[in-house]
Write a protein of this length. Structure first.
Length: 148
């Protein structure tokens, strides 16, 4: 895969591939969005004990994996600029459009930020005769800065 993946991530991705399951199918099983399930695989989210049990059963994984699935994650890519072309494009988007996005959000909402905690992310495939498109929808609660 190119990136340094944890043993857990490699195990989950391998089992998912062996079973021929999609993140969407696993999301339906766990009652979560497909992007959230992918985040769980990359240890950027944690499962409830019940979700972990369902995932272990669906992927035919040993019980020892459960404790890793329910553990609180250490989030983020780290301090380096991402080198994976797909991930780098989002970094590039923020470099180019980050301040403009911030200005437009503040114009509409005031001084604050978009939550990455009270947040959803959806990915859609939009078919287009000129080449299929990727639609990414980020939906986060607005959090105004407190004045004291």
């Amino acid at each position: 895969m190119g990136a340094m993946l944890s043993e857990l991530t490699e195990l989950l991705l391998s089992a998912k591939q062996e079973k021929g399951l999609s993140f969407e199918q696993l999301g339906t099983l766990l009652g979560q969005n497909e992007v959230w399930v992918a985040a769980l695989f990359y240890q950027q989210a944690s499962a409830s004990p019940e979700q972990a049990e369902k995932l272990l059963e669906a992927l035919d994984l040993p019980p020892v994996v459960k404790s890793q699935l329910v553990a609180y994650p250490v989030k983020g890519l780290g301090p380096v600029v991402p080198t994976d072309p797909f991930i780098y494009r989002f970094y590039e988007i923020m470099q180019v459009y980050g301040f403009p996005m911030k200005e437009v959000v503040q114009e509409k909402f005031g001084d604050g930020i978009m939550s990455a905690i009270d947040f959803t992310l959806d990915i859609e495939k939009i078919e287009d005769t000129k080449g299929d498109r990727v639609k990414v929808t980020m939906n986060g609660k607005f959090l105004p800065y407190k004045k004291w």
